[in-house]
Design a protein around this ligand. Structure first.
Ligand SMILES: *Cc1c(COP(=O)(O)O)cnc(C)c1O
Length: 222
């Protein structure tokens, strides 16, 4: 299925202009991204470092590339020079590596801290204690810029569960928004995907990550 231009346009019309749509293009061929680009998409989200590098090299340079997957420390160096925002930062170890790679190229790298909100074992993220401990370390990590938080709700058809998880993240976001420092300044709340973006926006999200709705279902390599 090619990029769904009408769906993208109606999504844009539906939502407030302060909400950024990240078009999640993982596993999709470059031709599909090119089509999206021609429609006006400038924010793309990818989950795999090598795939992100390949697409970055093939496509126009004014794209904002979002890394939304679970980033391994040894892959940071490949994406550091051009990545716009790393969404899924969930450990101090990863943050230390991002800082190190940022320092090498003299670039402050913007990151979102991923917060654990789902009642599912499979989802990554920090709890509030871990969040506190990372915030304490930030003065020593001047090449990372924490500009927001990211979370994934449970994969559930029970909208009350999803709502309460998004509400939890929004409350945490508001709580820590008041305590800005040199490299900790919460502006972006990345929550919501194809199945739950409406709920996410009603709970205060200002960045949604939309994949299958725009590009069709994904087929995974075995
Ligand atoms: C794949 C992915 C998405 C997009 O999911 P869809 O349900 O296809 O919209 C959003 N966020 C993350 C972190 C993802 O890995």
């Amino acid at each position: 299925m090619p990029f769904q231009t009408p769906v993208y346009n109606s999504l844009k019309n539906q939502i407030d202009s302060n909400v950024t749509i990240v078009a999640v293009s993982k596993t999709k061929p470059i031709a599909d991204l090119q089509e999206a680009y021609e429609t006006g998409v400038r924010d793309f989200g990818e989950n795999y470092a090598q795939e992100l590098v390949d697409k970055y090299e093939a496509l126009p340079k004014n794209i904002h590339w979002h890394f939304i997957g679970h980033l391994q420390s040894n892959k940071v160096k490949y994406i550091a020079p051009f990545v716009h925002l790393i969404h899924g930062v969930d450990s101090e170890k990863l943050l230390i590596e991002i800082n190190k790679q940022g320092q090498k190229i003299n670039k402050k790298i913007s990151c979102l801290l991923q917060i654990y909100i789902a009642k599912e074992e499979t989802k990554f993220g920090l709890n509030e204690d871990e969040l506190e401990s990372i915030i304490q370390k930030l003065p020593q990590l001047p090449f990372v810029q924490i500009s927001g938080m990211m979370g994934m709700a449970s994969f559930s058809s029970d909208s009350q569960i999803v709502k309460s998880e998004f509400d939890t993240l929004k409350q945490l976001f508001d709580k820590y928004s008041t305590s800005s420092t040199e490299n900790f300044n919460l502006e972006t709340l990345s929550m919501g995907m194809s199945g739950d973006y409406k709920m996410a926006i009603s709970c205060g999200s200002n960045m949604i990550r939309i994949g299958s709705m725009l590009f069709g279902e994904r087929e995974y390599k075995k």
